[in-house]
Design a protein around this ligand. Structure first.
Ligand code: RNT
Ligand code: ZN
Length: 418
């Protein structure tokens, strides 16, 4: 009933709400496994500190401690979010057991260490993205791919190459492209004497990693930049310029922009069209920066909406979407679901804009009307379309999903100690 009224109102603006929902249903959004366990992974001591300039804060009970717990939690998330989920794994989530020969270090990882994840994805029809893990490991000296110590650098290059092979395996097995994102926390706390040396070594290491053969239509290596991290305040090797230049110089590497990785008044919504004026594809980590932190839960806020408008306007098929945040101070499943649903909301909101009409107003120089119409779009009956979208995806509407998480917390999470 209220959906029909909303549909009519949007139709009066030339917007087809049914088509918008159909489009959104087919857009893969990568769900980051690392929200479930505070970025600890399974390949090293889970109580070691998180390094690389990132940090989780909070000790809300119920963290996933094993692959089985993490998979159960991801299932709970999938049951509560509309849209097409894709999994996003870090190499540190390798699963070692007697069947595959037990633990190996990161430079020796093989596809078989991700077989259980492949089975998990296959059973649910999911694709999977991948990330080498260049942090929280004794071989961080603390640099990785830019280290002046050749043994360190080689270890991490070998890790990167192993991850290319694993990414190819994920793409082949699951029949969806695998975005393989390279991010490191390499940098210095204080003013360095040599800024060029680490950046040249970084370049050499990326070149060596990408020399590993892979299918360019299936595996998409990315370079993710950053402005600073905790303990890495003065100099970041993989800065914005380094990553842009690196990716632009090759046909087998794309830019990944994390919207928490820029100066506070910079916005990634304005950068997408700049990249896509040159490159065929790019990737995003969608997050929320708050002061020094780049990884708060995604909200349905102005910048998330603006980002999604740009993604829709520039081409949904040109931007790989992934969430990237970690909050250990609230129920972790609620954090995951809130962020995923908010990104879906923002994408649906963007798909419901009369983009052709607004562009015409801009090109005609009719800026008064453009402002008025853009403002009035904010109070269109969007909530009714969102509710209908959740219904069509077979997922709970707003108001109905959080009680399910509360129940899961009582039944499952509260039984986990430590
Ligand atoms: C860190 C980067 C990076 C990580 C993940 C865990 O600032 O955003 O993408 O969050 O790889
Ligand atoms: Zn990121």
């Amino acid at each position: 009933m209220s959906y029909q009224e909303a549909k009519t109102k949007y139709a009066a603006l030339g917007v087809d709400t049914d088509a918008a929902m159909e489009t959104l249903k087919a857009v893969p959004v990568a769900l980051h496994c690392w929200q479930g366990d505070d970025v600890r992974g399974f390949d090293t001591d889970p109580d070691k500190p998180l390094t690389g300039g990132i940090q989780t804060t909070g000790n809300y009970p119920g963290r996933a401690r094993t692959p089985e717990e993490l998979m159960a939690d991801i299932d709970q998330v999938i049951a509560l979010v509309p849209g097409q989920v894709k999994l996003n794994l870090h190499a540190s989530y390798a699963i070692f057991d007697a069947d595959n020969g037990g633990w190996v270090d990161r430079d020796k990882l093989e596809p078989k260490h991700f077989k259980k994840w492949v089975d998990f994805c296959k059973a649910r029809g999911l694709g999977c993205d991948f990330n080498p893990t260049f942090f929280s490991h004794p071989m961080c000296d603390p640099l990785t791919l830019s280290s002046p110590n050749e043994a360190t650098r080689k270890f991490w290059v070998d890790h990167g190459k192993a991850c290319i092979r694993i990414s190819q395996y994920l793409a082949d097995e699951l029949g969806q492209p695998c975005v393989m994102n390279i991010w490191t926390g390499d940098g210095y706390k204080d003013v360095p004497a040599d800024r060029l040396g680490p950046r040249m070594r970084y370049k050499q290491s990326f070149d060596e990693i990408l020399s590993e053969p892979f299918d360019k239509e299936k595996v998409y290596p990315c370079a993710e930049s950053k402005v600073f991290g905790i303990g890495v305040e003065s100099y970041t090797v993989g800065s914005a310029e380094w990553c842009l230049k690196y990716a632009s110089g090759r046909d087998d590497c794309i830019c990944l922009m994390d919207n928490g990785h820029y100066h506070p008044t910079e916005v990634v919504s304005d950068k997408i069209s700049a990249i896509l004026a040159y490159d065929r594809k790019m990737a995003l980590h969608i997050t929320r920066g708050v002061r020094w932190d780049s990884d708060h839960v995604v909200l349905f806020d102005d910048e998330t909406r603006e980002l999604c408008k740009e993604i829709v306007r520039c081409g949904l098929d040109r931007v790989f979407l992934a969430l990237d945040y970690f909050d250990a101070s609230i129920n972790r499943i609620s954090a995951w679901v809130t962020g995923f649903r908010n990104l879906q909301k923002a994408l649906l909101f963007a798909l419901l804009q009369p983009n052709g009409r607004l562009k015409q107003l801009q090109d005609a120089g009719n800026f008064s009307r453009l402002m008025v119409e853009q403002e009035e779009l904010k109070t269109m009956p969007f909530g009714d379309v969102w509710e209908e979208y959740c219904r069509r995806c077979g997922r709970p509407a707003d108001g109905a999903w959080f009680p399910i998480i509360e129940q899961y917390e009582r039944d499952v999470l509260s039984q986990r100690n430590g």
